[in-house]
Write a new protein. Structure first.
Length: 322
């Protein structure tokens, strides 16, 4: 049964990130459709009386380009589903303070914001459409959310370049922003990808640096440990469904543009019995992923036993955990 709905209402973005993987195509902007989807999902959750944590998660593109839709869906869902959550993955540069004020203090509205490193590094990788860096806008957005007492988490794309600046980033988010948790995402490259050992070494270094500053680490790599830590098993496609800008249904946001969708969403969509037929093989679950997961498990056993249990950061970052 679907308890986590991912909405991707637009493929547009106000930033130009040098490693963006979102496919460029001809999608139709259709906020009315996405409102219908959210309303249908809300009715499903209310009628199912589920004990799971129901949630709507926005991704993109930059979802806050559809600010009216996001505000309406958030209000509709949180008002009607008392144990519901809304999570917005965003670049953090255009957060609408006038709309977010209406949700001040709402702990069930979570933002996950991209911040790749200190200012020079971040701005070299994540530029605005006009070519200017986005770092200062991101920091302003983070502090605004903190002033409104809205939960905010940061995600950094991890590769050899950003790994070298990770100590500076961790010090900054801890000392300047007062945050003690950080998500890292291994950079995905279709050409000249990192080897599995290179990926593991980047993660091992990240855990070491985070430990030095009492910062909790999270990220998609945690799902690679599902074979050894059952609570981290990915349930994408059984408890999750994602609708892309064209109204097509996928198991997971990582599948968009890489794997064929299951179907197009319609008003008779079966929230209860949906079970994706998509295979994660082309995206995750490879032998390399198995190798990295096993090595991380061994690392946890030896040096970081606190990571052997699922943490609220895992739950906040991912809707694929049942």
């Amino acid at each position: 049964m679907v308890t986590s709905l991912y909405l991707m209402p637009t493929g547009r973005c106000n930033c130009i990130c040098k490693y963006c993987y979102f496919p460029v195509g001809t999608e139709k902007e259709n906020p009315e459709l996405f409102m219908k989807i959210a309303e249908s999902f809300t009715k499903h959750i209310i009628s199912s009386n589920t004990t799971a944590r129901p949630q709507i998660r926005f991704t993109g593109g930059e979802p806050w380009l559809e600010k009216e839709l996001l505000s309406a869906v958030t209000d509709h869902f949180l008002t009607r589903v008392q144990n519901g959550w809304v999570v917005i993955n965003t670049n953090g540069t255009i957060l609408p303070e006038n709309r977010l004020k209406d949700f001040k203090g709402e702990k069930r509205l979570i933002h996950v914001i991209s911040l790749d490193g200190p200012e020079l590094l971040h701005d070299s990788r994540r530029k605005m459409q006009n070519g200017n860096g986005s770092f200062q806008k991101v920091i302003k957005g983070i502090k605004m959310l903190q002033d409104l007492k809205l939960p905010v988490y940061l995600n950094a794309v991890l590769d050899c370049e950003s790994s070298a600046h990770l100590p500076e980033l961790i010090r900054f988010i801890s000392d300047e922003l007062g945050l003690k948790e950080l998500s890292v995402s291994l950079l995905h490259l279709d050409e000249n990808p990192l080897s599995r050992d290179e990926k593991y070494n980047l993660l091992e270094n990240a855990y070491s640096e985070a430990s030095n500053h009492s910062v909790r680490l999270g990220g998609h790599h945690r799902l690679l440990l599902g074979r050894w830590i059952p609570e981290l098993r990915c349930a994408a496609g059984s408890t999750t469904a994602l609708v892309d800008p064209n109204g097509m249904v996928h198991a997971c946001q990582r599948f968009v543009g890489r794997v064929k969708p299951d179907c197009s969403w319609s008003e008779d969509f079966d929230w209860v019995n949906f079970n994706s037929k998509q295979s994660c093989g082309p995206v995750c679950g490879s032998h390399d992923d198995h190798h990295i997961g096993k090595k991380l498990y061994e690392l946890y056993m030896k040096k970081h036993p606190e990571y052997l249990q699922v943490h609220h950061l895992d739950m906040n970052l991912f809707g694929v955990l049942s």
